[in-house]
Design a protein around this ligand. Structure first.
Ligand code: GRG
Length: 365
C-alpha cells in the first residue's frame, strides 16, 4: 500500500527526496525552465473557447440572476481542471487533430464543452464550500454569501451545478457525462465525511486521505479521465490518466491545507485559517498529534479544539516538523504523477502534464 493512503503515518519514502533531483532535470524535456503561463500554451485555443462557452452559458435575462452569474463567471480562477482535461485529451490524440470523439461530436467541441462543465462544477463546490466555512474572500473577491447571503449562495451553487450537466450534454458523450456525474457525487460524499469528522483531530490518517481523495482529487482525476476518454483512450489508459489526476489532486489539497495554516491571504486570495476555525482536521494537525509527547499533545489538542490561539497551534506544528512532513507527502504524489506523464509520447501537451506536476507543490495560491 502506498504510504500516502495507509492508515498509519509513515516516513515519506525516498521518492520525495528524489524529486529535488528530478526537478533539476525536468526542464530538459521541455527545453529549459518553464513559467506557469507556458503550461497553458498547448491548449490556448481550447481555453479561449472554454472562456467563451462560460461567458455565453452563464447569462440571464433577469438582472439579479445575471449579477450573480457574473460574480461566479469565475474571474481569477486558475482553470486547473479544464487545463488537465484539455491537456489529457491532446496528449492522447497526439497530432491527429481531425479525430472525432467516441460519440461522433468533433473532438474540439466535446473537450471544450466538458472542460467548461468541470469548471462550473468546481465553482459550484467553491460557492457551497464558502457557505459551509463562512469564508469571506475567494479568488481575491468577497464571496457570494458575503454579498447576497447564504440562501442565495446555495441557489447559485445549485444553478452552476445543474447547468454544468446541461453544458456537458452538448459534448455528445454519454461516457463523459457518466464520469462527471459519479465524480460530482463522490465530491459531495467526501465533503459530507469531512463534516462528520469535524473536531475529530485524532482521526486515522487513512480517513483523512480518503476524504481529500473524494472532495478534491476526484474532480482532478475525472477531468484527466474524461479528456483521455474523449480522445479515444481505452479503459486501461483512461484509468492511468485518472490516477495521474488523482495524485495531482491529493498533492494539491495537501499543499492547500499547509497554505491554509502558513500562507498569506493576499497571495492565496482566499480566507485562510478556516480549517482550524471550523474544526477540520488536516495532515499537519494529524501528524503533529501523532509525534508529540503526551503533555504537548494534550496542549495542541486543546488549542485545536478551542481554536483560541491559532498562532500557538501553528508554532507547535512547525516545531513538530508537520508542515515539512505534509509537504513531503505532497511531493511523493507529485513524483508518481510526473513519472506517468514522462512515460507518454513527447508532445507539447504531455510536456505540460510533466511540468504541471512540479507547479502544484511550488504553488502559493
Ligand atoms: C455542488 C458538487 C457540489 C458539491 C458540494 C461543498 C462541497 C460539496 C464540496 C467542496 C469541495 C471543495 C471545495 C474542495 C476543495 C478543493 C480546492 C482545493 C479548491 C481550490 O481550487 P483552486 O485553487 O481554485 O483550483 P481556483 O480559484 O483557482 O479555481
Amino acid at each position: 500500500m502506498s504510504p500516502t493512503t495507509s492508515d498509519k503515518l509513515q516516513t515519506p519514502s525516498s521518492a520525495a527526496d528524489d524529486l529535488s533531483v528530478k526537478s533539476k532535470t525536468w526542464g530538459k524535456r521541455t527545453g529549459g525552465k518553464v513559467a506557469l503561463s507556458e503550461l497553458y500554451v498547448p491548449v490556448a485555443d481550447d481555453l479561449a473557447a472554454v472562456e467563451s462557452i462560460l461567458e455565453q452559458e452563464l447569462k440571464s435575462d433577469t438582472p439579479f440572476v445575471d449579477a450573480l452569474l457574473d460574480h461566479s463567471s469565475m474571474l481569477g480562477g486558475k482553470r486547473v481542471r479544464p487545463l488537465l482535461l484539455l491537456l489529457s485529451a491532446r496528449a492522447v490524440a497526439g497530432t491527429d487533430e481531425s479525430r472525432e470523439s467516441r460519440d461522433g461530436t468533433s473532438l474540439d467541441d466535446s473537450v471544450r464543452f466538458m472542460a467548461a462543465a468541470v469548471e462550473m462544477i468546481h465553482t459550484a463546490t467553491l460557492v457551497h464550500d464558502d457557505v459551509l466555512d463562512q469564508a469571506e474572500v475567494r479568488r481575491h473577491r468577497p464571496t457570494a454569501h458575503v454579498r447576497w447571503g447564504n440562501r442565495i449562495s446555495v441557489l447559485l451553487g445549485d444553478y452552476l451545478f445543474t447547468h454544468a450537466f446541461h453544458v456537458a450534454s452538448k459534448s455528445g458523450s454519454v461516457g463523459s457525462m457518466a464520469k462527471l456525474a459519479s465524480s460530482s457525487n463522490l465530491v459531495c460524499a467526501g465533503e459530507m465525511k469531512q463534516n462528520y469528522h469535524v473536531k475529530n483531530f485524532e482521526m486515522e490518517p487513512g480517513t483523512y486521505f480518503e476524504i481529500i481523495s473524494q472532495k478534491t482529487a476526484e474532480l482532478c482525476a475525472s477531468s484527466c479521465g474524461i479528456g483521455a476518454l474523449l480522445a479515444g483512450a481505452d479503459e486501461q489508459v483512461t484509468q492511468q490518466f485518472e490516477d495521474y489526476g488523482r495524485h495531482l489532486g491529493m498533492a494539491f489539497q495537501i499543499v492547500d491545507d499547509v497554505l491554509d495554516l502558513t500562507g498569506s491571504e493576499d497571495t492565496v486570495g482566499k480566507t485562510l485559517g478556516t480549517d482550524l476555525v471550523n474544526g477540520k482536521p488536516t495532515l499537519p494537525m494529524i501528524h503533529a498529534l501523532s509525534v508529540m509527547e503526551q503533555a504537548k499533545r494534550q496542549r495542541l489538542l486543546e488549542l485545536l479544539k478551542s481554536g483560541d490561539d491559532i498562532d500557538a497551534a501553528i508554532g507547535m506544528m512547525q516545531e513538530a516538523g508537520s508542515f515539512d512532513y505534509a509537504s513531503k507527502i505532497a511531493v511523493e504524489h507529485i513524483a508518481q504523477a510526473e513519472s506517468f506523464a514522462r512515460s507518454l509520447a513527447e508532445t507539447p501537451a504531455s510536456n505540460s502534464l510533466v511540468s504541471i506536476a512540479s507547479f502544484v507543490v511550488k504553488r502559493s495560491r
